[in-house]
Design a protein around this ligand. Structure first.
Ligand SMILES: [Zn+2]
Length: 365
């Protein structure tokens, strides 16, 4: 073959390769991600449902019989389905769940504090940052995976965080990150707000702090209007009710969080931007004490380091509840958020923990 012909053939091959690369589908089918946090909900309730020893007057339960009717069943599987029906019928069925210690699946926080800000930071930044040692409202010096995503052109202006806890603007360092954050009772800054958003803003002004519902419905309005590609939502009533020593309201808050997740998921599946191309991750920021110490958490409480994580999406295998896995840490959630979008967080942030094993499977290249 003459040189010119060879060159021509080479150019042809190169063009074919380049065209193939341009046409290559995304590494993941998922193009959006939601991280939904249920503050301080113990793995014990998630995997075994209501605890009979805590359904007592001593643990703040107003009507023991009524509570048992609602949540007590003969087996742990029935009890957990009574408490969190969407989690067990859909997320665990179609996705993967980590953290059932009775089955040898352990997930724990790698920060030593076992409280909220260090937990929120660990799961979104990807490592336990020793500078975050309390719930004090100080700007997070570390960059979260959400801020990292928002710096990429394809996610710019498409990342948002919602939560009823007014620490959120500090955890995500709103001043530096410029993320859209709606926290606590502050009104949603939407211009112009929809009529529903306007009413929700009025309700937010007039309810006590840390009520989840107005923030949750404001989040739904925002999703409909702006279609964020990466969304963080933190519900807080589970932790609030536990600190108040109300086991009945703690269970009700867990059931409510499950309903919120279902409502959000159903909204996403009804919108073409999200349908079958969205990954949902559900987790908590810390555990709580065991037995009579269930109300509290922190460094001194054994068991408060234990957490759980669930993942569901188009690239997540339906392995269900994991058993006998290697010990996992909450910090792995950050890279999992990125991996669900086909993004490699650990190369950019080498101190970040690896994505959760089997949470996102990308097709072989
Ligand atoms: Zn707490």
């Amino acid at each position: 073959m003459k040189l010119t012909l060879r060159l021509c053939a080479l150019a042809c091959v190169l063009t074919t390769i380049l065209a193939a690369q341009a046409a290559e589908p995304r590494a993941t089918r998922s193009q959006n991600v939601v991280l939904f946090l249920v503050d301080g909900l113990r793995w014990q309730e998630v995997f075994t449902g209501a605890d009979e020893t805590l359904m007592t007057k001593d643990n703040g339960v107003e009507n023991v019989d009524a509570l048992k009717k609602k949540y007590w069943r003969d087996t742990p599987e029935q009890r957990r389905s009574a408490l969190m029906p969407f989690f067990w019928s859909t997320i665990a069925h179609d996705g993967v769940v980590y953290g059932d210690q009775n089955k040898g699946s352990m997930v724990h926080v790698s920060n030593e504090y076992r409280i909220s800000y260090p937990g929120y930071s660990e799961m979104t930044v990807g490592f336990a940052d020793p500078r975050i040692a309390s719930n004090e409202h100080k700007p997070n010096p570390s960059v979260s995976v959400f801020e990292w995503l928002s710096q990429k052109p394809e996610y710019k202006g498409r990342v948002a965080a919602f939560g009823s806890w007014n620490a959120l603007p500090f955890i995500f360092n709103r001043e530096r990150s410029g993320l859209f954050i709606d926290a606590g009772n502050e009104p949603v800054q939407d211009d112009p707000p929809s009529p529903a958003q306007e009413l929700l803003n009025r309700i937010k002004r007039d309810v006590p702090p840390r009520y989840d519902a107005p923030t949750f419905y404001a989040c739904l309005e925002y999703v409909k209007a702006h279609k964020p590609r990466a969304l963080f939502f933190a519900s807080g009533e589970t932790d609030e009710c536990a600190h108040e020593g109300r086991y009945d309201e703690y269970l009700n808050a867990a059931a409510r969080a499950d309903r919120f997740i279902k409502t959000l998921w159903e909204l996403l599946q009804s919108l073409p931007e999200y349908k079958d191309k969205t990954t949902l991750i559900v987790d908590c920021d810390h555990g709580r004490g065991t037995g009579p110490e269930w109300k509290s958490h922190g460094k001194k409480f054994a068991g408060a380091e234990n957490v759980w994580v669930a993942v569901m999406g188009p690239d997540t295998p339906n392995l269900g509840e994991r058993s006998d896995t290697e010990p996992l840490i909450l910090a792995q959630v950050a890279a999992t958020v990125a991996a669900s979008l086909g993004e490699d967080y650990c190369t950019a942030v080498p101190e970040a923990a690896q994505p959760l094993p089997d949470a996102v499977r990308t097709p072989a290249k």
